[in-house]
Design a protein around this ligand. Structure first.
Ligand code: PLP
Length: 375
């Protein structure tokens, strides 16, 4: 019998990607072994070897030394680690950050974004002058819109005003270069499951500012930076997913994403496609059918085995209006009707064709219902 993933047209990679076969195989091989990487015995040393191999891969991707990589349970932990470390200091965060940044720095001043979904550099400079923050936190790529943020300009401004820069690079890995120097960041958060590694694994990459924010204390693991027995199989799976990034075809995804957007505009002309003119990653399409609740559309698509999201579903599964679209100045009719389609390593062109076919059917049904209501 097919499982739900096999039955579905899965187009929700920005939420989580299916596990890559190489990561799956390596993890299956390791899961049954007692690999406590802190132990000096043989199985311990084997665990250590897998962790250090993955560390080297992530360090290479970020252009840092392996000692600057701290493995943890994911980007939520990495983001909390940095923001809680600066809890007593003035901090600026962009208004479109992921909730795990927004909620771990509730008192931080918010940097507005433009109508195109990009951090407003003039407003950032005004805030840097007024607030004199110790830390600025801006993501590399927004998880809902796919918009690439101008990190090198942001970093230059942070340097000018003496602030450190934290960057949530979760949605950037494998899509744009994430060298710490290119981004100009002092702290970088990454997550394994967004690139086809396992869930529950990620890392905080440290710059050369000399600060090591620590959230979990006690065991001395990760050079005292993150206590707790390491998730050896998970970290090894993360490493295998990093390796597999080289097989991805971003140009292909971009072509299919564009095909999806022109198909959408043809089938449902009132669809607003967000941030089409902004610099965007290749795999994300974010759009609204104004006045039509996201939840209705998501449920309609789910009944046809199409898995997409509105980009901001919280852990309770409740569909909320997009805070990203609100920050861009959209009203509730638009922010409450957002749909995100995100592609990835296992996407096929036939998935896009199937999506468009179902979309047309669903749209006709919704339109007929709305026309009846207004008649
Ligand atoms: N930051 C961004 C931009 C995300 O998209 C996500 C995942 O939804 C996270 C952080 C949280 O990552 P994790 O699931 O690894 O905790």
């Amino acid at each position: 019998m097919l499982n739900n993933y096999e039955k579905n047209i899965y187009l929700d990679y920005n939420a989580t990607a299916p596990l890559r076969p190489a990561a799956n195989a390596l993890m299956n091989e390791l899961l049954g072994r007692p690999l406590n990487a802190s132990a000096v015995h043989g199985p311990g040393r084997e665990g250590r070897k897998h962790i250090e191999a993955a560390r080297q891969k992530l360090a290479d991707l970020c252009g840092v030394t392996p000692g600057q990589v701290v493995f943890n349970s994911g980007a939520t932990e990495a983001n909390n680690t940095v923001l809680k470390y600066f809890a007593e200091k003035p901090v600026l965060i962009s208004a479109i950050e992921h909730p795990c940044v927004l909620e771990s720095a509730p008192h931080a001043a918010r940097i507005p974004v433009t109508a195109g979904g990009v951090v407003d550099l003039q407003k950032l400079e005004d805030l840097l002058k007024a607030e004199k923050p110790a830390l600025v936190s801006v993501m590399a790529v927004n998880n809902e819109s796919g918009v690439i943020q101008p990190l090198s300009e942001i970093s230059a401004l942070c340097k000018k005003y003496g602030a450190l820069l934290h960057c949530d690079a979760v949605q950037a890995v494998g899509r744009i270069p994430i060298g710490l120097t290119e981004l100009g960041a002092d702290f970088l958060s990454v997550s394994s499951h967004k690139i086809g590694g396992p869930q529950g694994v990620g890392a905080l990459v440290l710059g050369l500012c000399g600060m090591t924010p620590v959230l979990l204390h006690g065991g001395g693991q990760e050079r005292q930076a993150r206590a707790g027995t390491e998730n050896v199989a998970g970290i090894a799976g993360f490493g295998a997913a990093l390796d597999a990034l080289g097989n991805d075809k971003p140009e292909q995804l971009e072509t299919w994403r564009d095909k999806l957007e022109s198909g959408l505009q043809q089938a449902s002309p009132e669809t607003i496609i967000h941030c089409q003119d902004a610099p965007r990653v290749c795999n994300t399409s974010f759009f609204s059918l104004p006045g039509v609740n996201s939840e209705t559309v998501l449920m309609g698509l789910d009944l046809e085995n199409i898995a997409v999201s509105n980009g901001s579903a919280c852990s309770s599964g409740k569909v909320k209006a997009s805070h990203v679209l609100k920050a861009m100045g959209h009203d509730d009719a638009v922010a409450g009707s957002a749909i995100r389609v995100s592609l990835g390593w296992d996407t096929k062109e036939s998935d896009i064709d199937a999506f468009l076919q179902i979309w047309s059917k669903l749209y006709d049904r919704i339109k007929r219902r709305m026309d009846k209501q207004t008649a």
